[in-house]
Design a binder for this molecule. Structure first.
Ligand code: UD1
Length: 422
């Protein structure tokens, strides 16, 4: 099994280019099921998760091919049996979002309930309620959702009791081909939702308000071929910004959308890092070799501080001057990186959804274990800032969401390498 070895202490310097967003790409790939003509996605990241989603879509009858490195063409000309087995769904939650498109196009589907990162219960009740409101009949049987819509899906008024990114996207994916109008209230406002709306509209759908709390979808009879560029990955961009905050240095993050990270820039400035918005696609992060200041953070749905950057922020404030309080409001079990960071010498106490981090002057390298995607990159960040060697095990978690991490960090001056074998 691969491991990552880091000799910490090098400041990061130079430019880094950000890929398309994993969290958007997976839902855009699911959208290909809605149409019998090709969907071309550009700026597509090449990740374990996108490859896994491609495998599932191929099983469902979609022809998937990569072109010119970062483009992918998905052609769902004729669908196979609408059955998504456990083995092709279990590794990540986004796969569950094939249920709505399959129902919309085929009128029935059998999809395994999802897996994903081990960061809490992560139910799908809101997804199922939204599809039921549109006329689907759904039974849960032995870990599968068995769904049918004998008379087709119809528009509905759906008021989400709380914000869910996955359920908002799922409802959009089903509603674009439903009869009549669907209104989503209290919809998630993440940039990835606006991206999905833009892609669906390019395919001929009628989606208004994507990226706002109220989305109105007028169903159409069929969708057509389109080309869409995947929105930049704000979590990858934020991760590199926080790596610079941890190690010190001067890095220009390119091909990103700095406007999507306002809550992060606010917290980074609060801990004393210089964040300079260069243009609409680049941001420059400068940090001297002084220690950062402590600051509190609370995760929230967009435009709040992203839960997907909580672990990385914690890695930074492990060395801050003073105590920081980190509150996780989205997932109930998302501090699994805390005991691993403590192995490097961090002083962290977790009480339920709150972690108190007392900054220490120095972290020391040690072997640590990745537990989920974002937790694993927080260990890399801590390792880059620690004295001595850190060995990060179970790096397959990292490969789910960060393309070329060692290459990109190495190019910025980090001493980092991947080794295979025992
Ligand atoms: C969440 C994050 C998203 C992040 C992704 C991957 C939020 C609001 N969402 O999206 O930014 O990129 O994880 O880490 O920050 N829930 C239910 N029932 C449902 C669906 C969700 O109870 O049917 C709960 C979840 O358990 C969670 C909350 O709602 O506590 C938000 O979940 P949701 O936004 O749906 O999760 P993801 O789509 O995975």
């Amino acid at each position: 099994m691969d491991r990552i070895l880091i000799n910490g202490g090098n400041p990061l310097k130079g430019d880094v280019r950000i890929n398309g967003a994993k969290n958007s790409a997976l839902k855009l790939m699911a959208a290909s099921l809605l149409c019998d003509e090709p969907l071309t996605l550009t700026n597509m990241p090449d990740l374990a998760d996108t490859r896994f989603m491609a495998q599932l879509l191929k099983h469902l009858g979609v022809e998937v091919s990569r072109q010119n490195g970062s483009s992918m063409v998905l052609h769902a000309k004729a669908l196979a049996e609408p059955y998504a087995p456990y083995d092709l769904v279990r590794k990540m939650r986004a796969t569950f979002n094939v249920l709505g498109p399959l129902l919309a196009r085929r009128g029935r589907a059998r999809v395994s309930l999802p897996g994903g990162c081990a960061i809490g219960a992560r139910p799908v009740d809101l997804h199922l309620k939204a599809l039921e409101a549109m006329g689907a009949q759904i039974e849960l049987d032995e870990g599968y959702a068995l769904a049918k819509a004998p008379k087709g899906l119809h528009g509905a008024m759906i008021n989400f009791p709380f914000v869910s990114v996955g359920a908002t996207e799922h409802a959009m994916l089903a509603a674009v081909l439903a009869r009549g109008e669907t209104v989503l209230e209290n919809a998630a406002r993440e940039p990835e939702i606006a991206d999905l709306a833009a892609c669906l509209n390019a395919m001929g759908a009628r989606v208004e308000g994507g990226g706002s709390a109220r989305i109105i979808i007028t169903g159409v009879d069929h969708l057509n071929s389109a080309t869409h560029r995947v929105v930049p990955d704000r979590i990858e961009a934020g991760t590199y910004a926080l790596a610079v905050a941890a190690t010190g240095g001067d890095v220009c993050i390119k091909n990103c959308d700095p406007a999507h990270l306002g809550a992060l820039w606010d917290r980074m400035r609060a801990i004393g890092v210089s964040v300079q918005l260069v243009d609409e696609q680049s941001v420059r992060i400068i940090q001297s070799d002084r220690r950062c200041q402590a600051a509190d953070v609370e995760t929230q749905a967009y435009p709040g501080f992203p839960t997907d950057l909580q672990a990385q922020f914690m890695a930074v404030v492990c060395r801050a001057e003073g105590a920081s309080i980190i509150r996780e409001t989205i997932f109930e079990n998302r501090f699994m990186h805390a005991p691993e960071l403590s192995r490097l010498g961090a002083d962290i106490t977790v009480h339920g959804r709150e972690a108190v981090v007392h900054g220490v002057e120095v972290l020391h390298g040690a072997p640590v274990m990745a537990t989920d995607l974002r937790a694993s990159v927080s260990l890399v960040i801590a390792g880059l800032a620690a004295k001595g060697q850190t060995e990060v095990n179970r790096v397959y978690h990292l490969d789910r969401g960060f393309e070329g991490l060692e290459r990109k960090l190495g190019a910025l001056g980090a001493d980092i390498k991947r080794v295979s074998g025992p």
